[in-house]
Design a binder for this molecule. Structure first.
Ligand SMILES: [Zn+2]
Ligand SMILES: [Zn+2]
Length: 362
């Protein structure tokens, strides 16, 4: 059994644009919680944005100093009161969201859009203990953290901690893929060959799509080809709308996964999806106001679906890692110890050295 120390190293955001390695007390698991030794934390596009103060509107982080990090995997090392679903030594992957469990949305399984979001228990209503780890509640950029067990999933034996830390990222993709639906034998289009798009592409294949078309550019587009995309369209060299229509006899794609966050993508998605097709908006945008062709949406009965985070998909995603249907080790281009987190953020944010996914090993 691992001996749990009193203190741990943690990477703190002490104010916007200021990161500091600190020594802080190891948290104690409460009722229904477990203490985990964090082994791997993957950086997410939201991390640099939060560091820079780009989520003030969402009150992320809610206070300083704050420990970020939400795409993680590790080991259960201590159990809180009443925990029976996990045991010490279990290898687990975490989700960022633990819903309150009692609101109307949570009761229907939609816990990433929990109606008690932000009511984290600090106001004394522990029964409304919604958690959004790494955003609204202390995260994984540390040697240890405490989690509610409903945010944890067992990692299959043949999946590494580093790979399992991409469970959240691949899950974000898969939620969108599930919401849009994949037509077996049909045509799926993925905008944006970043980590989420590369996962979405492989997931569309795993669900039986006949051809998956990736739209992007550069090295990441090459990676899409290596990982199995049937057609890669470089939008700097050709018009994605024209090409997709050509590839589908003028009918359009059955479904589109928008993972790029480019403000022009939703408009293009509407123009290259078939009548009655579906578009999942998985990406987020710098500006909230993005144009869509409303008449086309109306005439063609296009279904545009918002996809928030990764509810009810982690087990499926981890199993797809295990079977090899979704390859994520290939997406990890860089690894750093916790001490070098600021450097890791820089490499990730500026996309230096062809970085795709950067993993921290605390
Ligand atoms: Zn993330
Ligand atoms: Zn809820």
């Amino acid at each position: 059994m691992v001996k749990i120390p009193d203190k741990m190293k943690a990477m703190m955001l002490t104010e916007y644009n200021k990161l500091e390695l600190a020594t802080v007390p190891v948290p104690k698991p409460g009722k229904g919680e477990v203490l985990c030794r964090i082994r791997s934390v993957a950086l997410c596009g939201s991390d640099p944005k939060m560091i820079e103060g780009g989520y003030k509107f969402a009150n992320w982080p809610p206070y300083f100093p704050f420990i970020m990090g939400h795409e993680w995997a590790g080991e259960v090392v201590a159990l809180g009161e009443g925990v029976e679903d996990f045991k010490i030594g279990d290898r687990v992957a975490g989700e960022a969201h633990a819903g309150c469990g009692v609101c109307d949305n949570c009761k229907r399984g939609h816990y990433t859009v929990c109606l008690n979001y932000g009511r984290d228990g600090r106001d004394g209503r522990l029964d409304l203990g919604h958690r959004h780890y790494g955003f609204y509640w202390q995260g994984a950029n540390a040697e240890y953290n405490v989690y509610k067990t409903n945010s944890l999933h067992l990692i299959p034996d043949n999946v590494s901690y580093d790979a399992a830390s991409l469970c959240d990222c691949a899950g974000v993709a898969f939620h969108g893929v599930e919401l849009a639906g994949v037509t077996p034998g049909g045509t799926s289009v993925v905008f944006g060959p970043g980590a989420i798009g590369l996962c979405a592409m492989q997931e569309c294949k795993a669900l039986g799509s006949g051809q998956v078309i990736m739209i992007g550019r550069g090295k990441k587009l090459e990676m899409a080809k290596e990982l199995g995309a049937d057609v890669c369209i470089d939008f700097e060299k050709e018009d994605p709308v024209k090409r997709v229509l050509e590839l589908t006899n003028g009918v359009g794609a059955d479904e589109v996964m928008e993972c790029s966050g480019a403000p022009s993508s939703p408009m293009q998605a509407c123009r290259l999806v078939r009548k009655k097709g579906a578009i999942a908006i998985i990406a987020t945008y710098k500006d909230d106001a993005v144009l869509i062709p409303a008449n086309t949406v109306n005439f063609n009965e296009i279904k545009i679906i918002g996809s928030k985070a990764n509810p009810n998909v982690s087990k499926k995603v981890l199993n797809m890692f295990s079977t090899g249907a979704v390859k994520v080790e290939e997406l990890i281009t860089h690894r750093f110890p916790l001490e070098e987190y600021p450097r890791a953020v820089e490499i990730f944010e500026k996309k230096l050295e062809d970085s795709i996914k950067v993993v921290i090993n605390p």
